[in-house]
Design a protein around this ligand. Structure first.
Ligand code: G1P
Length: 291
């Protein structure tokens, strides 16, 4: 039986250049979708999947993320003085326990593979999850839980995947392999950010992974690949010779919150479902579209 996946790594060192100037003084992961920062959606998904330890690989200018997950003593006191019990409960319920969160810094941005490798001593010798917060996935059963269910049966490495339009294949890791069922593929190869002509399929890796700890020794030796960065996809290819890799075609809707378009789409989708603003949204959208 596979070991339980208890740790998740969140690479959050990226600069967020697509959201400048907002990200000059604020990490992109702290941009809110309605009333929760993007990073909170990722943490909630991990909690739902049974993750117990949260490892953030940060970088310069990301200190707000640590503050956000801290106990906001002054705020709680002020809310107590104002007798705002519901808000206090909401804030307390959302807090992780002391010792459940760890931070390490990726001192130089050298790619996703390098960010994951930076977490090696905190992860140790056990399988772990990787969550890329930019991919906000709205799903009835969280995407990470769907991956862990497959990992529990199959072991090896597991990646989330979906079909993307032809014009987008060059933005993703692209998979080739054999479909075992409509929702599962045994991966035989993958290539990071290929040209359309070289892409083996339109099945893209999306931002959720379950990885075996052997990935760290592979990443240690990994030469830079696409974009001259250490690519996680390349390390997964190396591991194919000794470890199975499965791709889960997950059930859910993904919003690429690393792009303005995806961010706005996520905002609209979550606004429509939000108990405070949801009921008013159709009329607001209609009015804006007509004007
Ligand atoms: C990363 C991975 C890529 C994957 C993508 C999913 O790329 O390298 O394989 O398809 O995330 O969002 P990035 O978006 O960091 O360029």
């Amino acid at each position: 039986m596979s070991q339980k996946v208890k740790k998740a790594v969140f690479p959050v060192g990226g600069l967020g250049t697509r959201f400048l100037p907002a990200t000059k003084a604020m990490p992109k992961e702290m941009l809110p979708i309605i009333d929760k920062p993007i990073i909170q959606y990722a943490v909630d998904e991990a909690l739902e999947a049974g993750i117990e330890e949260f490892i953030f690989v940060t970088g310069r200018g990301k200190a707000t993320i640590e503050d956000y997950f801290d106990y906001p003593f002054e705020l709680i006191q002020t809310l107590k003085n104002r007798n705002k019990k519901d808000l206090i409960k909401e804030i307390r319920d959302g807090l992780l326990k002391p010792g459940q969160i760890a931070y390490t810094r990726q001192q130089v941005p050298q790619g996703l593979g390098h960010a994951v490798w930076s977490a090696r001593s905190m992860v140790g010798n056990e399988p772990f999850a990787v969550i890329l917060c930019d991919d906000l996935i709205d799903a009835e059963v969280g995407c990470l839980k769907q991956l862990i269910d497959v990992y529990d049966q199959k072991g090896g490495n597991v990646v989330a995947s979906e079909i993307v339009p032809e014009e987008q294949v060059s933005r993703y890791g692209i998979l080739e392999g054999k479909r075992l069922s409509p929702t599962l593929m045994k991966v035989a190869g993958m290539v990071e950010k290929p040209n359309l002509a070289e892409a083996p399929s339109r099945m893209a890796i999306t931002g959720r992974y379950i990885l075996e700890p052997e990935i760290f020794s592979v990443l240690e030796e990994q030469e830079p690949g696409a974009g001259n960065e250490i690519q996680l996809t390349d390390a997964l290819v190396t591991m194919l010779s000794g470890h199975d890799c499965h791709a889960v075609v997950y059930d859910g809707t993904r919003y690429d919150c690393g792009s303005k378009r995806g961010f706005v789409a996520a905002t609209l989708a979550f606004a429509l479902k939000h108990p405070d603003v949801g009921p008013a949204m159709p009329e607001i959208i209609e009015r804006i579209c007509k004007s």
